[in-house]
Design a protein around this ligand. Structure first.
Ligand SMILES: Nc1ncnc2c1ncn2[C@@H]1O[C@H](COP(=O)(O)OP(=O)(O)OP(=O)(O)O)[C@@H](O)[C@H]1O
Ligand SMILES: [Mg+2]
Length: 409
């Protein structure tokens, strides 16, 4: 259960000295203080709020919907604050009695920082306009005095992060098929963002931002850091690097150059987490194993060694061939050279084939090439939870989350 008193630390640390990270962003929609090489169409706060098809809730309504933000209705806690479970009438969208109407997730920002407000606004700007089965649905928002809240569809199975890294007895490990299906759903969400229709760079792809509905359909959430994608071969040049340490692409961290391929790198990290059941960064491990990508890379292309990376809880559920294909996909996404990373459509295709291949094998009851017994099982410490944060010169900003997110079914 979250204490919900955490403070999101987002110190300004321009990559390029002398740049004013806030220039050009005040009052507009540019959440990150980035200066882009392509002109986007800035809209004022009023325009964003007016043009969205979202419900504007009063603070009182959300207070009533969440039973005064009761601590036992906390679904989880992120860098911005707590997420609460609430109920509204599905037609009038007015507060409803618990257990009746429609379940919602209410994210309450606990800090009145400029940055918090900007990310709140960016979320509304993007999710107010983008609709896709693999993007979490934003229902509305609240802007009243110092209160900033966002109201989402409720995702009953919580985040992928909870499922992969929680070792509580009530959390069943995700099967191989479900993991590949979740990766595929996430890739489809990303494909929509990268498409010409949306032209968005997500910038915050990570396991905690992949949420699961009651049937384990996965949807991307949290667009506070998203950017309108540049066209052609151009890239954004950020004055500050935003994202989450462990997931951000090396060239983006080094130079602030943001392209769709930065998202593909983050996807590779998530895929590796899915395959291994290990966190991108895990400080509880011996030093050479703390960074998942660095540790896993040498094993991923080897028939003999790939099982050392795979989650021990998946044993017997996949063939060596499929393990190698999945590992190879992760390797491609994690290429240091962005050009060598696949496009998102290629990712979708490859994951579809992987899912089909395992389905076929299961239906044939094939005994072929089952994985050998492995030597280690992964363990993860909830203390190592990371949060979206500003990344500066490869160092993680300190942004502890005192509590992990409980699962709600
Ligand atoms: N729509 C939702 N339905 C159900 N649970 C949700 C929903 N949105 C968020 N949560 C839960 O709340 C937790 C916190 O979400 P939040 O987006 O605030 O932070 P985060 O993604 O964990 O971290 P960060 O602040 O670094 O992005 C999630 O991990 C998830 O367990
Ligand atoms: Mg999130």
């Amino acid at each position: 259960m979250g204490s919900c008193f955490s403070v999101r630390i987002k110190a300004e640390s321009p990559l390029h000295h002398g740049a004013d990270p806030k220039s050009g962003s005040k009052g507009g929609y540019d959440a990150s203080g980035t200066s882009s090489t392509v002109p986007s169409t800035p809209r004022t706060e009023g325009e964003i709020l007016q043009s969205s098809n979202l419900k504007s809730f009063s603070f009182g309504e959300l207070k009533a919907a969440t039973r005064n933000f009761r601590p036992d209705s906390v679904l989880g806690e992120g860098g911005f604050g707590c997420v609460y479970k609430g109920w509204i009438d599905e037609h009038s969208l007015t507060p409803a009695r618990p257990g009746t109407g429609m379940v919602i997730a209410v994210k309450r920002l606990n800090q009145e920082s400029f940055q918090g407000h900007q990310e709140w606004l960016t979320e509304i700007n993007f999710l107010g306009q983008l609709y896709h089965p693999n993007l979490v649905k934003l229902i509305g928002y609240c802007l009243e005095d110092d209160h900033r809240l966002l109201v989402y569809e409720f995702m009953p199975k919580g985040s992928l992060e909870n499922h992969l890294f929680r070792r509580a007895s009530y959390v069943q490990p995700l099967s191989w098929n479900l993991r590949i299906k979740i990766a595929l759903d996430a890739a489809k969400g990303l494909a929509f963002l990268h498409s010409d229709k949306a032209k968005v760079i997500y910038r915050d792809l990570k396991a905690s931002n992949i949420l699961l509905d009651s049937n384990y359909n996965a949807k991307l959430s949290d667009f506070g850091l998203a950017k309108d994608g540049p066209t052609g071969s151009k890239s954004h040049v950020s004055t500050r690097v935003m994202g989450t340490y462990g997931y951000a692409a090396p060239e983006y961290m080094a130079t602030g150059h943001l392209t769709k391929k930065s998202d593909i790198y983050s996807f590779g990290v998530v895929l590796l987490e899915i395959l291994s059941g290990r966190r991108a960064i895990d400080k509880s491990k011996p030093s050479r194993e703390q960074n998942l990508v660095d540790w896993a890379r040498p094993y991923l292309g080897s028939k003999r060694k790939v099982f050392q990376v795979m989650d021990a809880r998946l044993e017997g559920q996949y063939s060596l061939k499929d393990a190698l294909k999945a590992a190879n996909l992760a390797v491609q996404c994690l290429s240091t050279e962005p050009r060598f990373r696949p496009k998102v459509e290629e990712l979708v295709k490859a994951l579809e084939l992987l899912l089909e291949s395992n389905d076929n094998e299961e239906s044939r009851g094939s005994q072929s090439e089952k994985p050998r017994k492995r030597y280690r099982s992964s363990s993860n410490d909830p203390k190592n939870r990371r949060s979206t944060k500003e990344i500066s010169a490869g160092k993680a900003a300190s942004n502890p989350k005192p509590t992990a997110s409980p699962l709600r079914a």
